[in-house]
Ligand binder design. Structure first.
Ligand SMILES: Nc1ncnc2c1ncn2[C@@H]1O[C@H](COP(=O)(O)OP(=O)(O)OP(=O)(O)O)[C@@H](O)[C@H]1O
Ligand SMILES: N[C@@H](CCO)C(=O)O
Length: 329
């Protein structure tokens, strides 16, 4: 059986955008690329095998075996599609999205794994034996695994849809969950004058830690304030952006304040930029800061940022995650 390979390209994302906790997200033109191959291990393979190489972000840190997030996600996707797991998965990862900084690295890895598995399932592959050692059934024809299925599985693995939505669709997404538990999203395109700048610190904060700081309930007035600001922000980002509207539309009372003790330098930088009239928020679960630069205030950003932060102006990515080679779908 011949090896089959796909290359998947996935963007960074910034979630929340201030008031849109677990709802709003924006795709950014900074990408990870993953070459995924299904192969038959030379030993004949009594178990599932994985070989991973990583260049760039996360190199020397993430596991290089079956515990790697993309490998684990690919196996879970084969399970979800009702197909036998492949016996060998080989990954070559070129990572540009910093890890645990609030730029959606885990979401990008999960989306990459699901899209790679879906594309590779379309070709014959060597399947691993079942856990009881018996031979797997011949892979049936791959089932239809829709874009909605991809979004639902990625959200299930990631735990929230606001990074997954823009990672898959590109642009600005509004995500919500149906009463049945099914996640949904609507995609919008921000105005071409929307200019995101991310300010990325060296230090990290895991999403899990940041979520642990949130209270179980919030005052009704705070929820109401955020609803209004989130609606305003969508209008401000999709129309010609006006700084005053972006500033008002990026105010938040639901998460940034509660998380500030875990990222005091981020909270301080957001406060200083906002005092200068620059719309700035915590990107995702932090500690990166996302600012929307507007011509008149742009030059004020750099002097506020310390030497150990990277200032990165990034375009909005309008396309989202895709299989770039071969074009199988
Ligand atoms: N490309 C990748 N390959 C393997 N593991 C990854 C990859 N990207 C992220 N991870 C895993 O996910 C962890 C980071 O996930 P986490 O949810 O804490 O932060 P984030 O996704 O970068 O930020 P946020 O969710 O706030 O935007 C990394 O420490 C690593 O364990
Ligand atoms: N909405 C999520 C984004 C993190 O990826 C959070 O703030 O916890």
């Amino acid at each position: 059986m011949t090896d089959s390979t796909v290359v998947v390209r996935v963007p960074a994302t910034s979630a929340n955008l201030g008031p849109g906790f677990d709802t709003l997200g924006l795709a950014l033109a900074l990408h990870d690329e993953v070459e995924a191959t299904l192969y038959e291990p030379s030993s004949g393979g009594s178990a599932e095998t994985a070989e991973v190489s990583v260049e760039g972000e996360g190199a020397g840190e993430v596991p290089l075996d079956g515990r790697h997030l993309i490998v684990a996600t690919m196996r879970r996707t084969f399970d979800r599609m009702g197909l036998p797991r492949p016996s060998g998965i080989r990954l070559r990862c070129v990572n540009r999205i910093p890890h645990a900084r609030g730029l959606g690295s885990s979401s990008a890895a999960i989306c990459a794994g699901i899209l790679a598995a879906r594309a590779l399932a379309a070709e014959p592959y060597a399947a691993a034996p079942r856990p009881d050692g018996t031979a797997p059934a011949a892979p049936p024809s791959p089932p239809e695994f829709t874009d909605d299925d991809v979004f639902a599985l990625a959200t299930e693995i990631e735990g929230h849809p606001d990074n997954v939505g823009p990672c898959l669709a590109g642009g600005l997404t509004v995500a919500w969950t149906e009463p049945s538990g099914v996640p949904r999203m609507a995609k919008l395109l921000p105005h071409a004058d929307v200019r995101p700048v991310v300010l990325v610190p060296e230090h990290r904060l895991s999403t899990e830690t940041a979520r642990g700081l949130l209270p179980a309930s919030v005052p009704h007035a705070d929820a109401s304030a955020n609803a209004g600001r989130a609606a305003l922000l969508v209008a401000a980002l999709t129309g010609r952006p006006e700084r005053e509207l972006l500033l008002a539309g990026t105010e938040d009372r639901l998460h940034q304040g509660y998380r500030a003790p875990a990222m005091p330098r981020t909270a301080d930088l957001v406060a200083r930029l906002r005092a200068l009239g620059i719309p700035a928020v915590v990107s995702g679960a932090g500690p990166t800061v996302l600012a929307f630069s507007t011509g008149d205030k742009q030059d004020l950003i750099a002097p506020e940022v310390g030497n150990d932060w990277h200032i990165r102006p990034l375009d909005v990515e309008t396309r989202g995650a895709c299989v770039v080679s071969p074009e199988t779908r």
